[in-house]
Write a protein of this length. Structure first.
Length: 507
């Protein structure tokens, strides 16, 4: 259609040009005419025609271009709107599709995340179970290995302790071997065995010369292992350390050694309340305090501390306690630098020590321990020591007067002749005899006697009495109404029910 319009326009233009040419030719006349060569005229005419045609063509081309541009613009706008609408529709469809896809994708991702989370949790649980299995397996294996090694090292420790005991804990080689065993960090040993080994080493230090140097090593050993929280040292270990510390205190007079010594005694008693050795050491420390006292105030403090120790012993009903205390004091009385302190204790607290010895002998008799050579030796030593401090009353004593419930009576049992022969006694009458052992107790207020009657192969307490020897060589005995209670005075009344017997020495 555009081509046909262009052809029609071109034909109209040619007609119009011809009309213009005819009009120009009519208006030309001679007066306006300028003669020019034909060649130039034709040339100028041609140029003018070409220019006019060219201008007309360009005008129409411009018009056509404008028209084409407008039409194209309308067409473009139309198609643009159509395209935009189509694109918008497609874009909306695509957007909806993308949104649906995103929603689906998010849902899928959430499911995947949940599944991954489940897988991670399962993996974590599996890993934890695996680690626990490995750990338990390693622990079980290590436990078995350690148990095996521990048994082996325990046997070695037992062997070392048996050897030490067999050598009476004497020898520097023993000290070195046990020290090396304790210092080895790679050794797996039960705590109980390690504690026992430490105690053995402490004993080796105590019994192996030179004593002064080893006492220092004992203190170092205690301070080294006392700070180990998982170890609870034996009461004997603390007691032996206290022995070393009392030695230092006696020699140097250092307050720190004194306090540490008493602290070791207390810790030993905390672990074994009826252990006699710490009590004996406390008594010795008090006597050292008494000797080293600056003034009467310090001396009185030492005396008071000693009384407190004896009171603690009195309130402790352990049967083994007094035996261990007396045995320790007897041992230390043979040590030159300790003897004077034991002698002071015997001088200042004779009655308290007699009470302890009486408890020892009564316990040995009651428990029938006289068949045991160790207890038998202790028993007879106590009886002999007491006899040395008692007036000589060996011989036969004939009853002169018997008073019961305040009145003189004839009592068959107490009418027998009483014979003393050192630590033995005998009561004899026409119809019966009684014999046994006698324990003289020379208490400061009034002397006492315990009679232990022989019954077959054992002895039993038969009488618990007090005695005194009169100036006229008469012997006065006051028997209590039971063996549990000793009379506190020489009297016989209906209220106290004591029996007072006066003897004359046989001619």
């Amino acid at each position: 259609m555009i081509s046909m319009q262009a052809s029609a326009q071109k034909s109209d233009e040619v007609i119009l040009l011809k009309q213009q040419i005819d009009s120009l030719q009519q208006r030309l006349d001679e007066t306006n005419y300028v003669r020019i060569p034909k060649q130039d005229f034709e040339k100028n005419l041609q140029n003018s025609v070409e220019k006019a045609v060219s201008d007309s063509i360009f005008k129409w081309i411009g018009f056509l271009a404008l028209l084409i541009g407008l039409v194209g613009g309308f067409i473009g706008a139309y198609f643009k709107n159509q395209i935009q609408e189509q694109v918008s529709a497609n874009l909306k469809a695509v957007t909806d599709m993308i949104d649906n896809f995103k929603s689906s994708e998010a849902e899928i991702n959430n499911k995947q995340d949940e599944k991954l989370k489940e897988l991670r949790n399962e993996f974590a649980e599996l890993k934890k179970a695996q680690e626990k299995f490995i750990s338990d397996s390693e622990t079980h294996i290590n436990k078995k290995i350690n148990q095996t090694l521990s048994i082996m090292w325990d046997d070695i420790a037992d062997s070392k302790m048996r050897i030490a005991e067999g050598k009476e804990f004497k020898g520097k080689e023993l000290i070195d071997e046990i020290t090396s065993l304790l210092d080895n960090k790679t050794i797996e040993m039960r705590k109980e065995k390690r504690v026992a080994l430490i105690d053995t080493l402490m004993r080796c230090y105590y019994y192996t010369p030179p004593m002064d140097e080893n006492f220092k090593q004992m203190i170092k050993l205690l301070r080294r292992y006392e700070s180990v929280t998982e170890l609870t040292l034996k009461p004997e270990t603390y007691a032996n350390a206290a022995i070393a510390l009392i030695n230092n205190y006696e020699y140097y007079g250092t307050k720190e050694d004194r306090e540490t010594c008493l602290d070791c005694c207390d810790k030993s008693l905390d672990r074994l309340p009826d252990y006699g050795l710490p009590y004996a050491i406390k008594l010795e420390v008090a006597m050292i305090d008494f000797k080293k006292a600056f003034d009467d105030k310090d001396k009185n403090a030492a005396i008071e501390n000693t009384r407190r120790v004896f009171n603690d012993i009195k309130n402790n009903q352990s049967r083994a306690l007094c035996h261990e205390i007396i045995s320790r004091l007897d041992i230390d009385s043979e040590v030159p630098y300790l003897k004077e302190y034991i002698d002071n204790l015997e001088l200042l607290f004779a009655d308290n020590l007699l009470e302890l010895r009486e408890r020892v002998c009564s316990d040995i008799v009651e428990r029938n321990f006289l068949d045991d050579e160790t207890y038998k030796d202790v028993f007879y030593k106590i009886l002999d020591d007491s006899l040395m401090k008692t007036p000589d009353i060996n011989g036969e004593w004939v009853p002169y007067k018997i008073i019961q419930n305040g009145s003189e009576v004839q009592n068959e049992q107490f009418s027998a002749i009483l014979t003393f022969n050192e630590c033995e006694y005998k009561m004899s009458s026409n119809e019966w005899d009684e014999k046994g052992l006698v324990h003289f107790l020379p208490y400061s207020k009034v002397g006492a006697i315990n009679f232990y009657r022989e019954e077959g192969t054992k002895y039993v307490m038969s009488h618990n009495c007090i005695f005194k020897v009169e100036e006229n060589n008469q012997l006065m005995l006051c028997f209590g109404n039971s063996i549990e209670k000793r009379p506190d005075e020489f009297s016989s009344t209906p209220s106290n029910q004591n029996i007072l017997v006066i003897y004359n020495i046989a001619a």
